[in-house]
Write a new protein. Structure first.
Length: 341
């Protein structure tokens, strides 16, 4: 992976177009500063499906700001590719703006939460080194319910980090598999996460355990083991708890236990946690947003707006947790302390 350099004025439009085009790619590998090609979007399964989704092929990448090798070559072809990229950029820019035009994405109105600091990510950004982020989880990580790969949360998060750190080399890799929870995820933790040498792992877990009536305590034992293995690599870690949705709410007692235990793991292991359940409940109960604005008709998975707002708020917290850094400048000492959400 090559390091991303600041745009020159002559290259800025083409680079913006290429970066925006990435949002339309499947979520298996989405480099913010490197381009990739894939043949098809991974088929995602619902959270209640038991079959494991097929893993997509790895996308070949090229240097930052360049076009993938599969594209046509030659001046005429290159002009055509650039023109198409610009058109795609316009489409993506419009859709990205339109998603919040009717319902704005606001932070929770409740009290402040805490998310652990991210010293590994902060240090890499400050040193100008590449950052690899793994989104690990089940179908709400894979993006089931989104109308396009553009709207799943890893793609949205990648786009936000690109806007915040436009000269950084950041790659977000989607390792969501529909229907899984801790037992299945632990079987692929090594190959799907650890072998990728991530700097940050965002682990969404617990929803399927609730839906399957799995013992929350047994699930948490597996999560604790996974957290320890991820931390042993030196990577930063953020846990994501279950979503607030009708099907999860039908099992409120089990969901409550799962959420409490995940919070205890985060506190014990000094890792971050994004309280997705509380954030989504705030949308409905305090911001008066109808449930069907952020959950699709199956009563479980998020809609385009739900994924987009979830990614936006998660990205805001990651940016705050990294701290106020400048690329190429040493990481402030207080980055290693807990910061309010």
């Amino acid at each position: 992976m090559s390091r991303y350099c600041p745009f020159s004025p002559s290259a800025s439009l083409a680079a913006f177009a290429i970066a925006a085009t990435v949002l339309l790619m499947p979520a298996s590998v989405l480099p913010v500063q490197a381009q990739a090609t894939q043949t098809a979007q991974q088929a995602t399964l619902s959270d209640t499906a038991k079959a494991e989704a097929a893993k997509p092929p790895a996308a070949p990448t090229t240097g930052a700001g360049s076009v993938a090798a599969a594209e046509p070559s030659g001046p005429a072809a290159q002009r055509s590719v650039t023109g198409k990229a610009i058109d795609k950029a316009k489409e993506v820019a419009k859709s990205a703006a339109d998603i919040f035009s009717r319902v704005p994405c606001l932070p929770p109105k409740g009290g402040a939460k805490k998310m652990g600091s991210l010293p590994r990510v902060a240090g890499k950004l400050a040193a100008g080194e590449p950052v690899v982020i793994i989104a690990f989880g089940s179908s709400s990580t894979a993006g089931f319910g989104a109308s396009s790969p553009e709207f799943n949360y890893p793609n949205r998060l990648a786009a936000q980090l690109h806007r915040q750190y436009p000269t950084a080399d950041i790659t977000v890799i989607n390792r969501g598999q529909g229907g899984e929870d801790a037992p299945e995820m632990m079987k692929r933790l090594q190959t799907s996460v650890i072998d990728m040498h991530p700097d940050l792992v965002i682990w969404q877990v617990g929803t399927n355990a609730v839906l399957r009536n799995l013992d929350p305590a047994e699930t948490i034992k597996l999560v604790e083991d996974g957290v320890a293995r991820i931390q042993a690599t030196g990577a930063d870690l953020v846990l994501i708890d279950p979503q607030y949705s009708p099907r999860v709410n039908e099992r409120a007692e089990s969901a409550g236990k799962m959420i409490n235990l995940l919070n205890k793991v985060a506190e014990l292991r000094k890792v971050g946690i994004f309280p997705r359940f509380e954030v989504m409940r705030d949308w409905h109960e305090k911001q008066a947003i109808p449930m069907d604005n952020f959950v699709i008709a199956d009563g479980l998975h998020m809609s385009d707006w739900g994924y987009a707002c979830f990614a936006q708020l998660l990205g805001d917290d990651i940016i705050r947790s990294v701290g106020q850094i400048k690329l190429g400048v040493n990481v402030p000492s207080d980055v290693r302390t807990y910061r309010p959400m």
